[in-house]
Ligand binder design. Structure first.
Ligand SMILES: [Zn+2]
Length: 168
């Protein structure tokens, strides 16, 4: 069976097992989370989050790209969120490639150099700091004071906070 067909069968069971309900489009905890697409991080389970409580934005590395800022701008300006939680993690796939190497791989395979930044990294703590600063410095966001960054350990399941001093 195709993998998506398997998931469709799961969804039938899921939908049948729950009563119908309607939650507000505005996240109840007024929180947006930006994290990696890593398959080992179950954001809802790891944080005790429920449906309807937070926005969860994911990409390779959990990095703050223009598209993440776009989503955070909508999240804060239209959907009422205030706090931003950034979660990077140990053993990330983005630390196993380099910007130059992956860029030339894409260019050699296709004849086209990508217009986007690859955003690989070697030091996860430094990458969290960089991401916190990108959020704090974005002029498009309404709330930039309540942004905190963390590293999730994919083996121990625990979070470690990376403290980033507020600039004067
Ligand atoms: Zn990752």
């Amino acid at each position: 069976m195709d993998v998506v067909d398997e998931l469709l069968a799961n969804n039938l069971d899921f939908a049948r097992s729950l009563p119908e309900r309607h939650l507000d489009v505005e996240p109840r905890r007024r929180l947006a989370i930006v994290t990696c697409m890593d398959s080992r991080l179950d954001v809802f389970a790891a944080l005790g989050l429920l449906d309807g409580e937070a926005h969860v934005l994911r990409n390779a590395g959990g990095v703050i790209t223009d598209d993440v800022i776009r989503s955070l701008a909508v999240s804060q300006r239209r959907l009422g969120t205030r706090a931003v939680m950034l979660i990077h993690h140990t053993d990330c796939g983005m630390s196993k490639l380099t910007d130059d190497g992956f860029r030339s791989e894409l260019e050699q395979a296709t004849g086209v150099a990508p217009a986007f930044a690859i955003e690989s990294f070697t030091d996860v703590d430094a990458n969290v700091r960089q991401s916190v600063l990108r959020v704090r410095r974005s002029p498009f966001l309404l709330h930039r004071d309540a942004v905190r960054g963390f590293v999730y350990d994919v083996d121990s399941h625990s979070l470690r906070e990376i403290h980033v001093p507020v600039e004067a």
